[in-house]
Each structure stands twice: as C-alpha cells, then as structure tokens.
Design a protein around this ligand. Structure first.
Ligand code: C2E
Ligand code: MG
Ligand code: MG
Ligand code: MG
Length: 286
C-alpha cells in the first residue's frame, strides 16, 4: 500500500491511481493552492566526503506540506505538477527555501557547503525559466555554492540547455551534477562535452554493492570515466555500514549520501541531529 493509504490520507495523491479515481480538477486546485501558499519546501540531505567524513553539502528535495501538516514526497506530486504546468513555481519555492537555509546552515557547517537543486529536463531546456532561476540564485550572492542536478537524459536531449543555459550557469558560477547516473542514456562524447562538475552514481548500483560483483565492476568503470573527465563522484543511497565500508576500501568515490548518515530533513531538524564532522553516523532514529 502507498504511504498515502497507510496514513489514511487522500489516496489520489499516489502516483498511478490518482487520475482514474479522482478528478484532475481536485488535484489541480490543491496544487495551485499549495503554490499560492508557498507550501513547497526543501528537505535537505547531507553529502558526506568519504576522506574526512565532513558534511560538504546538501541536496534539496521538494516536500509539499499540506494544511494538516502531512508531508508529501515528490513521487506524490512532481508528475502532476509537471502536467499542470506549475513545476516551475514548485522549483522557485524550493529554491527560495533552500537559499534561506544557508544562513542557518552556515552557523553550523561553515560557509563552504553547497546546496544542490533538482531540475527537470523540460526546465533545463527552457532558457526563460533557467535565466529567472539563475537570477534568483545570483541575487542570493551564493551562486558559487549552488549545484543543479540534472539526469543524463535531461542534458543529452536538451539542445537549448547545452547551447544557451550551460553558458549562463558557467558565467554565474553555478555547478552542474549528473543525477542518477547509469540509469539513462548518454554517449561518452556528450558527457565529456557537458562540462558538469559532479556525477551521482545511482542508488541501484550502490545497494548491497559488497555482495554484487557485477555492480562492483560497473562502479569501477563509472569512477574511471568520471575522473577521466574531471567529475567528482557521489554514491547515492548509502544505507548500511557494509556499503560504506566497501566504498571506502574498494572505490575512489569522493562523496556519499544516504540514509546511513541521514534522511532528508527540514533545516531545523538538521540543526538538532547533524554534526559537521560525521566520524560516526550523524543521525540515529530513536
Ligand atoms: P533524486 O534526485 O535521485 O533524489 C534522491 C532520492 O532518494 C530522494 O527521494 C531521497 O530522499 C532518496 N534517498 C536518499 N538517500 C536514500 C537512501 O539511502 N535510500 C533510499 N532508498 N532512498 C534514499 P525523494 O526526496 O522522494 O525524491 C525523489 C526524486 O524526486 C528525486 O530523486 C528527484 O528526481 C525528484 N525530485 C525531488 N525534488 C525535486 C524538485 O525539487 N524538482 C524536481 N524536478 N524533481 C525533484
Ligand atoms: Mg537528485
Ligand atoms: Mg539522484
Ligand atoms: Mg537516484
């Protein structure tokens, strides 16, 4: 059963069933209200550098906070928001929330951490949207601490992104990460051309990697490729001590991110749970 069902909330938010059971007008009204209320927030998940276990940045993940306090995840609203044409508004709200978090974060983590934002392919290929996003980020004075995460498909199938948007990001000092790497299609020449800074290795290669010789070889190949074209690597979805131990001993992955260290949290909770130096786990449930 979906999370929405378990919590006894409106089932129509779950990804697949919704449209068949409820009118899209109802969903549209709720999402538009949420945009007007700025009810979209950034949950932040720490990125930890393997070498010294320092928190070097945070990924901002969209959350919808409903009027009754229910927190909804992207799987429950990103697709609908995209179809309703309000994804850009969601992204602006998440961006503003993330930029606001810097002041609080810096007091604890110093002023060199980054915040990563997730950008959909259609957005990346829309120069008007992207120039507004860049302007907002630049106005914060922290463009050089921002990273935009795009999937390889989003970048490869985006002629406007490569021709117009990437130079804009470069000029502003905003970095680019390739998200979910290994799950899409990209040619090596395009990857080299993209001028990204970071490659995020998809969780599917990381899960139980210590028991999976095929994924171990794939990881080694991805690392070689990444380092050959000058990208730092992030392993997504590290959940266990065993996965972390494997990555530390047997890989050259630079940064790890995952539930082992911390789930995405609202900034207030990060302040309670997270230390800058994570020589031990930084978050324990219970
Ligand atoms: P993503 O960018 O690959 O983000 C990682 C997802 O994995 C997040 O799910 C995160 O909570 C989850 N995760 C992190 N560590 C672990 C772990 O150790 N184990 C497991 N099983 N999962 C982990 P979330 O927040 O539900 O987001 C899902 C996807 O929704 C994101 O995948 C991203 O593609 C998209 N998304 C999130 N926020 C935004 C946004 O603001 N705009 C757009 N366009 N897409 C977004
Ligand atoms: Mg991401
Ligand atoms: Mg990812
Ligand atoms: Mg992923």
């Amino acid at each position: 059963r979906s999370k929405a069902e378990r919590h006894g909330a409106a089932v129509f938010f779950s990804t697949e069933m919704g449209r068949d059971l409820y009118s899209s007008m109802q969903l549209e009204r709720l999402l538009r209200e949420a945009v007007a209320d700025k009810a979209f927030e950034a949950a932040l998940q720490p990125k930890v550098r393997i070498a010294d276990r320092k928190v070097v940045g945070f990924e901002a993940l969209a959350r919808w906070r409903e009027a009754d306090g229910t927190i909804r995840s992207p799987a429950e609203f990103i697709r609908a928001a995209t179809e309703l044409g309000i994804l850009n508004a969601v992204t602006f709200a998440v961006t503003d929330d993330a930029l606001t978090a810097f002041d609080t974060l810096d007091a604890r983590f110093g002023d060199e951490t980054s915040i990563s934002l997730n950008i959909a392919g259609v957005q990346a290929n829309d120069p008007a949207f992207m120039s507004e996003l860049v302007a907002r980020i630049a106005a914060s004075g922290r463009a050089n601490r921002m990273i935009l995460e795009l999937t390889e498909d989003a970048m490869v199938q985006a002629p406007q992104f490569r021709a117009l948007v990437q130079p804009m990001l470069g000029a502003a000092g905003i970095r680019v990460a390739i998200d979910d790497f290994g799950t899409g299609y990209s040619s090596l020449s395009v990857l080299a051309e993209l001028d990204a800074n970071e490659l995020k290795i998809d969780r599917s290669f990381v899960t139980r990697i210590q028991h999976n010789p095929v994924n171990q070889r794939i990881l080694r190949a991805i690392e070689k490729l990444a380092h050959a074209i000058g990208l730092q690597t992030v392993a997504e979805g590290v959940e266990t001590q065993e996965e972390l131990a494997y990555l530390q001993a047997e890989s050259s992955v630079d940064i790890v991110q995952g539930y082992y260290f911390s789930p995405p949290m609202m900034v207030e909770d990060l302040m309670i749970w997270t230390r800058p130096d994570t020589s031990r786990r930084i978050y324990r449930i219970g």
